[in-house]
Unconditional design. Structure first.
Length: 224
């Protein structure tokens, strides 16, 4: 199975778009931190396609991160992925950001992945590694950062973009994952996508939505 795939990651400040065939990432472009909208993403995707001599209709899948993460970034990435998959008639495959981040934590038996949920709260989900398999053992939740820190176990690993804010407050008894593994990497996103494709799993371009647990700050302020 050597599908030609376009991968889109916009859950964090600095996103990327990548091209892959089978298990190999062929190329990647970073999206500027302040410019993750569609008018930047599409030209970069075209650059990657041109490098391989591919047309959009040569794609056999579009892969996208559904979060959790930046509200604006996720909307841009998912709308772009849905539009492209529908236009070229290829499968749409989404993956969860925290699944990818947990996969990237080597030699860790228990892994907490966190992201900033604002107002001194974090998105958090706990994973456990059993051999080569990494499984979520809790549901994704939003809790106060102080409450989450009280739940930390001695020797467990912590990863995720939330470490950019909270790393200095962690107890010395936990293990901090390498910084380059705090957000999804192309190779990890590709492994998750291929596993879903091999299981025959697809996402509906009309119904796929970002993984939100609460409204955005702007929406909460509007309601007030």
């Amino acid at each position: 199975m050597m599908p030609r795939l376009l991968l889109i990651e916009t859950s964090h400040r600095r996103g990327w778009v990548a091209l892959a065939q089978g298990e190999r990432v062929l190329g990647m472009r970073h999206l500027e931190e302040s410019r993750r909208h569609a008018r930047d993403l599409v030209p970069l995707a075209k650059e990657l396609l041109d490098e391989q001599g591919w047309k959009p209709r040569d794609l056999e899948g579009v892969v996208v991160d559904r979060g959790p993460g930046s509200y604006t970034g996720l909307r841009v990435g998912i709308i772009s992925a849905k539009t492209l998959a529908y236009a070229v008639g290829c499968p749409l495959v989404a993956y969860d950001a925290f699944d990818a981040i947990a996969e990237q934590s080597p030699n860790a038996s228990t892994i907490d992945v966190i992201a900033d949920a604002q107002q001194e709260k974090v998105y958090v989900q706990r994973f456990r590694r059993d051999g080569e398999s990494v499984k979520a053992v809790t549901e994704l939740a939003i809790i106060p950062v102080a409450e989450w820190m009280m739940r930390l176990q001695v020797g467990q690993t912590v990863s995720g973009p939330g470490l950019e804010l909270f790393r200095e407050r962690l107890p010395s008894s936990v293990v901090v994952a390498p910084e380059d593994a705090w957000t999804p990497l192309p190779a990890t996103a590709l492994r998750l996508a291929l596993a879903r494709l091999q299981r025959g799993e697809r996402d509906d371009p009309f119904s796929l939505e970002p993984l939100y647990l609460r409204p955005s700050s702007a929406e909460e302020n509007w309601k007030k």
